[in-house]
Design a protein around this ligand. Structure first.
Ligand code: K1U
Ligand code: ZN
Length: 173
């Protein structure tokens, strides 16, 4: 397994719609393992393939925050929301592609998601609390959408400018 570099906003690859995965291959399994290692190293609770510059519909998550609880890594190919609650939930979100920026985002409090697992089997489950927020955030990445796209234009512009400055500084090092 290896840790791969995470793209930082703004980057055109973070704005593209990712392509569905036809079937689970060894190359995709290795990508999923690398994504989990990259996510745990960051650290983060989720990661989508486009954040590594790979425009395929693959996400990983582990929203277990308690250090004493066993990890619960999840790998989802072609995830899709098949049901969402009317009830909404507001959570202060972050993004590994927009480091050190956080903002409240309102989303459905519960969702049912269908996906293909590492064995190529179709699975479906309901998610709530942080898991529901995270899976929606990650599916947004597959559709070229970032959490800052839910913010007012001025706030979004301010964050984008901060990220442009961060990238310039990093490039100078
Ligand atoms: O997709 C990403 O950029 C990962 C992102 C996922 C996410 C966070 C918060 C709400 C929705 C989705 C992150 O993991 S940001 C880092 C983070 O939230 C975190 C890091 C360490 C411990 C706990 C949380
Ligand atoms: Zn993100």
């Amino acid at each position: 397994m290896s840790i791969r570099p995470i793209l930082i906003h703004p980057d055109p690859r973070l704005k593209k719609v990712a392509a569905p995965v036809a079937g689970v291959t060894d190359v995709l399994r290795k990508l999923a393992e690398d994504m989990l290692e990259t996510m745990y190293d960051a650290p983060g609770i989720g990661l989508a393939a486009p954040q590594l510059g790979v425009l395929e519909r693959l996400i990983v998550m582990d929203c277990v925050k308690d250090d004493d609880a066993p990890p619960q890594p999840m790998v989802m190919f072609n995830p899709e929301v098949v049901w969402q609650s009317d009830e909404q939930n507001i959570y202060e979100e972050g993004c590994l592609s927009i480091p050190e920026q956080f903002a409240d985002v309102e989303r459905p409090a519960e969702v049912a998601v269908r996906w293909m697992d590492m064995e190529g089997e179709t699975r479906e489950a309901e998610f709530d609390k942080l898991w529901a927020t995270c899976v929606q955030h990650e599916i947004d990445h597959l559709n070229g959408k970032l959490f800052i796209d839910y913010l007012k234009p001025l706030r979004r512009q301010m964050i984008t400018r901060k990220m442009q400055k961060l990238k310039r500084e990093k490039a100078r090092l």
